[in-house]
Design a protein around this ligand. Sequence first.
Ligand code: ATP
Length: 233
Amino acid sequence: MSATGIFSLFPKLSEKALKPLGIFGGTFDPVHFGHLRLAEEAIGQLALAGVRWIPAGQPAHRGQPGTSARQRLDMVRLAVAGNPRFFVDAGEIEAAGPSYTVPTLQRLRAELGGEQPLVLLLGADAFAGLESWRHWRELFALAHIAVSHRPGFPVAATALPPVLGAEFATRQRDGAAALGATPAGGIVTFAMTQLAISATQIRQLHAAGRSARYLLPDDALDYIQTHSLYRNS
Ligand code: ATP
C-alpha cells in the first residue's frame, strides 16, 4: 500500500479538529424537553461534535431564580445523563458573580484553542434580546450563533431590533457547512420540532399543584418533587 493509501484510512487531523462544538447556556430553571430537543436537533442539523451545557450561575438578564444554582445544575446533569454527545460545564456555577457569555466563551477559547469552531445555541427569543447582553458584539469574534425557531418568536431580520437585524443580515450563513469553515462569526438558523414548553410554565404548574409530567424528563421531575421546588413560585 502506498503512503497515500495508508493515510487515507485515517480522517485528516484538520477535519477531525474542525467539527463544530455547540455551546448551550441557560438558566434551566428547570431544564425541559424544549431544551433537550433544541440541543439534540442542533447536533443533527448543524453536524456538531456535541453540545456543552452551561447552566448560568447568577443569570445576568433576569432576577435570581428561587432554586439554587446547584439544584439547577443537578437537574441538567440528570436530564442529559446517558447522552454521549451532551457534556455539562459547571464553570459559570462555580464562578463568583454574575454569569456573562463573553467571559465564558473566552474561557472555552483558552481551553480549546483558536481554531475550534464554537456555536452558541440560542432560542429565537434569546437571540431577539441579544443587544441587552454585555459586550454582545464581542460574541462574534468568539463563536458562531445558531438560532432555533421557538413558538411565538419569528426569526427574521425584519422582526429584530434594527442594529441586531443589520448584524443578522450581514452575518447570516447558509447551513451547517459554513460553521465548520471558520471558528466564529456567522449566524445560522435552524427549524426544530416546535415545542411550546417553557420553564415558567413548569414553575407555574408546580406552584398551582398541577402536573408538569411529560414536559421534562422524569428524573428532573422526581428531583423537583423530592426537593419541594417551585411550590411558591
Ligand atoms: P423561562 O420560562 O424561565 O424564561 P426558558 O424555558 O425560556 O425559561 P431558559 O433556560 O431561559 O428556558 O432557556 C435557555 C435557552 O433555551 C434559551 O436560548 C431559550 O431561547 C431556549 N429555549 C427554551 N425553551 C425553548 C423551547 N421550548 N423551544 C426552543 N428554544 C427554547
